[in-house]
Design a protein around this ligand. Structure first.
Ligand SMILES: NC(=O)c1ccc[n+]([C@@H]2O[C@H](COP(=O)([O-])OP(=O)(O)OC[C@H]3O[C@@H](n4cnc5c(N)ncnc54)[C@H](OP(=O)(O)O)[C@@H]3O)[C@@H](O)[C@H]2O)c1
Length: 275
């Protein structure tokens, strides 16, 4: 079936997650976040990606509560920060996030970064949060194969999602294949290269062919690879533009061309060497 803004991916625990969401990193807390999320809802987005470290959970929660949308239609993700690892600390961190969001549960709670030493204990807390219904699903972010393998040795709960940096410039195929084989959905962060490669001539040429913009090509590239995409914007026009990606398909020839652009380019941090 053709993808639409209402398309959802069924996670390994049966929970359904929208394929397109709004990332809110670097959107100032309070009004600007609430406005961006409200605009996203008006444009049809139903997934919002925040984190404790973004400092804007309150603004996300307000927009969710004031949206008038059924809570079940909206999918809220937040993340456990690096200083909150360990069993008790993780439980407290989740409670604090829920309080700031003003919500009884989140739809996805992610370990933000594979901090060495305490990952297993933290994952035990994630299992507890799942059981208690504080999180409808739990997952990880920035986890490489070795970090996931370590979790799977000590736990029967397979992460539902791994959120990693992905774009045609960083196409982590081996990791995507590994996750897919184990039923872990892959979510792409910084899908627009944080705005830094939007002028790439090759991308501009592909965009022109489809009468689309470069951000739309980047988002569609991810969707066609089965990824969940969470572009960030706090501009009304960009939020709308980034959702207008369901009225075209990128032909396999251009998909292959975009795939060939991978050069291991990372915009943020690099988890590959975390022991
Ligand atoms: N788990 C992690 O470690 C991690 C790390 C990084 C990000 N993330 C998540 O992923 C989300 C997205 O990644 P990101 O924020 O790093 O970067 P991104 O989505 O790749 O790019 C955002 C940048 O692109 C610009 N932009 C957005 N739409 C545009 C458009 N249509 N035309 C031109 N420019 C446009 C934005 O500016 P305007 O706002 O002005 O539109 C902003 O400067 C984050 O917000 C966060 O939720 C997670």
């Amino acid at each position: 079936m053709a993808l639409s803004i209402d398309s959802r991916v069924k996670l390994n625990n049966g929970v359904e997650m929208p394929v397109l969401g709004l990332g809110v990193w670097q959107i100032p807390s309070g009004g600007p976040t609430t406005r961006a999320v409200t605009e996203a809802f008006a444009s049809g987005y139903r997934l919002i990606d925040t984190a404790r470290i973004y400092g804007n959970e309150e603004g996300v929660g307000r927009a969710v509560r004031e949206s008038g949308l059924p809570r079940d239609d909206i999918f809220v993700t937040t993340k456990l920060w690096n200083s909150d690892h360990g069993y008790d600390a993780a439980l407290r961190a989740c409670e604090a996030s829920l309080k700031r969001l003003g919500l009884p549960h989140v739809d996805l709670y992610l370990i933000h970064w594979p901090v060495s030493g305490s990952r297993k204990e933290t994952w035990r807390a994630m299992e507890h949060l799942l059981k208690e219904g504080k999180a409808r699903s739990v997952g990880v972010s920035n986890f490489m194969i070795q970090h996931i393998e370590e979790l799977l040795v000590s736990s029967n709960v397979v992460p539902s999602v791994n959120q990693i940096e992905l774009s045609p410039f960083l196409h982590q195929r081996e990791l995507i294949d590994y996750c897919t084989k184990r039923g872990i959905a892959v979510e792409a962060y910084s899908p627009l290269t944080q705005g830094r490669r939007l002028g790439d001539k090759r991308l501009v040429a592909v965009a022109k062919k489809y009468a689309k913009t470069v951000p739309q090509i980047l988002i569609r590239w991810g969707l066609e690879h089965g990824l969940i995409e969470i572009p960030k914007s706090d501009r009304e026009d960009h939020i709308r533009e980034n959702a207008a990606v369901f009225d075209f398909e990128i032909r396999s020839e251009e998909m292959r061309f975009l795939d060939s652009m991978s050069e291991d380019l990372r915009m943020s941090w690099d988890p590959t060497r975390v022991p």
